[in-house]
Design a binder for this molecule. Structure first.
Ligand SMILES: Cc1cc2nc3c(=O)[nH]c(=O)nc-3n(C[C@H](O)[C@H](O)[C@H](O)COP(=O)(O)OP(=O)(O)OC[C@H]3O[C@@H](n4cnc5c(N)ncnc54)[C@H](O)[C@@H]3O)c2cc1C
Length: 287
């Protein structure tokens, strides 16, 4: 399949990208790794009249630590991020989640920011950002604004980005050493989009009580969801089978999946319960 005709522009940096988006308006689309946009164009499900290629930009690529946070440029390739030692130590969920994100060839081209901006509710990176309480830096004509991950995703394939704004980076808190993390996912085949995915991070204090619990799920609502109720069940307590089961039930109750060809809503909700319990146990074991 070939895409419909489009005008091609290449931007040199994020500022020029914003200028071009403002000039062309709603008809323009940013081209990053092309792993979601190009298939959509080939299937005629997206018909932008102008593509603004940001692959030549240099100001959105880095992965660095800053004041207890990991800062990841939107144009960091998923495969580079997956293998980055700093990122893997600061947020061990990253390499684990990226191992489930499509296939190596997709991750060679696909970008961190492209996955977030695309906002598929079943995608791993959006769920990870929500689990970690990440913040996104968005640039528009009047400067930058910071958006908490839970406010960034509005609906399937819809974010808070205005037509002339670009995602430039995201910031994730570094996890304390000794934090256990786990990604549990149900998919038809490895590399397929998740039917249900769960991200978990758990840290215990010297008395064995949970002083950090982060849980999120993908594929079970119109956006990835932070599982606040389940976190509350576990926070401050010793994690035993009773509290893990209670947290898993709270997570299932907080999910709002729908029926589709991959599974019924009740099946998905039950998988949230199973995968949350499994993820918490794995996170405890991985500390
Ligand atoms: C075979 C296959 C399997 C896949 N499996 C999975 C999977 O299991 N899990 C998963 O999460 N993903 C999966 N993907 C999707 C993949 O992760 C994409 O790379 C990602 O969704 C989009 O990133 P991209 O850089 O390719 O963005 P593009 O496709 O270039 O862009 C996607 C959208 O984001 C916009 N955009 C891109 N960058 C920015 C930015 N910086 N600011 C604002 N808007 C921007 C574009 O305009 C477009 O609307 C799969 C893809 C393929 C082809």
């Amino acid at each position: 399949m070939k895409p419909p005709p489009f005008e091609y522009r290449s931007a040199h940096d994020s500022t020029e990208t914003v200028e071009l988006l403002t000039e062309y308006g709603d008809d323009a689309k940013i081209l990053a790794g092309g792993q979601s946009l190009v298939p959509l164009m080939n299937f005629r499900m997206a018909r932008p009249s102008v593509l603004i290629d940001i692959n030549q930009t240099q100001d959105m690529t880095g992965i660095r630590e800053d004041d207890g946070h990991l800062v990841i440029g939107a144009m960091a390739r998923q495969r580079v991020l997956e293998r980055d030692p700093t990122a893997g130590v600061a947020v061990p969920l990253l390499p684990a989640a990226l191992a489930h994100t499509g296939h190596t060839t997709n991750r060679n081209r696909g970008t961190f920011g492209g996955s977030l901006a695309h906002a598929d509710p079943a995608a791993e990176l959006p769920a990870l950002l929500v689990a970690m309480g990440g913040e996104l830096t968005v640039k528009g004509p009047s400067g930058t604004r910071i958006v908490p991950a839970e406010d960034f995703f509005l609906a399937p394939l819809t974010t808070t980005l205005a037509y002339n704004e670009i995602l430039v980076s995201a910031r994730l808190p570094r996890l304390p050493s000794g934090t256990g993390t786990a990604v549990e996912e149900l998919a038809r085949r490895h590399g397929d989009f998740a039917i249900v995915s769960v991200m978990a991070a758990v840290h215990l204090d010297s008395n064995g009580r949970a002083d950090l619990v982060r849980l999120a799920a993908g594929g079970v609502d119109s956006t990835p969801i932070r599982l606040h109720e389940a976190e509350s069940v576990l926070s401050g307590g010793t994690l035993d089978e009773t509290s893990i089961d209670a947290a898993a039930t709270a997570a299932a109750d907080a999910s709002h999946p729908v029926d589709d060809v991959h599974g019924t809503a009740s099946y998905r909700r039950d998988m949230v319960r199973v995968l949350v319990a499994r993820a918490i146990r794995s996170a405890i074991a991985n500390r």
